[in-house]
Ligand binder design. Structure first.
Ligand code: ZN
Length: 148
């Protein structure tokens, strides 16, 4: 792909668990396991180092939703503790598991687009390819102009 991918586009493609480069191939081979190479464009994803950052982000987001909601329900209805636990523990578990893989995908997309870790080599390669494609387009247009 010679067209550059923006940071937001790479993160969004990662969040939807697609290859940040082409947007078509799968980014994960199973839960939280990033593919080595994209099945469509062949982009190398072995340099990704998301580590614990997706988990921290998920804790921050889910925590900022669950804690105020729990306190609001407590202030408004004062339900028994077992009912609060029965509502919020499964919600927290489900929300965390649902957000973890898309968040990891977005982080991998950000690392890929910004050239973090060894993604810098593939980013330089992409830049070189897009730089090569621009003059060839110009050459083609110059040939067309020469023919007319
Ligand atoms: Zn791809």
């Amino acid at each position: 792909m010679t067209q550059p991918v923006s940071l937001a586009q790479a993160a969004l493609r990662g969040f939807t668990m697609r290859c940040p480069n082409c947007g078509k191939g799968h980014l994960f081979r199973r839960f939280l396991k990033v593919v080595d190479h994209c099945e469509v464009c062949g982009e190398d994803y072995t340099p990704q180092r998301a580590d614990d950052f997706p988990a921290y982000l998920v804790i921050v987001v889910v925590g900022h939703v669950v804690v105020p909601a729990l306190l609001a329900v407590e202030m408004a209805y004062a339900p028994p503790a077992w009912l609060q636990l029965a509502i919020w523990l499964p919600f927290t578990l489900f929300a965390s598991l649902a957000l973890l893989q898309p968040t990891k995908g977005a982080i991998v997309g950000l690392q890929w687009q910004t050239g973090m870790h060894d993604f810098a080599q593939s980013k330089n390669r992409r830049s070189a390819n897009s730089a090569k494609s621009t003059p060839s387009t110009d050459t083609t247009s110059l040939k067309r102009q020469a023919l007319t």
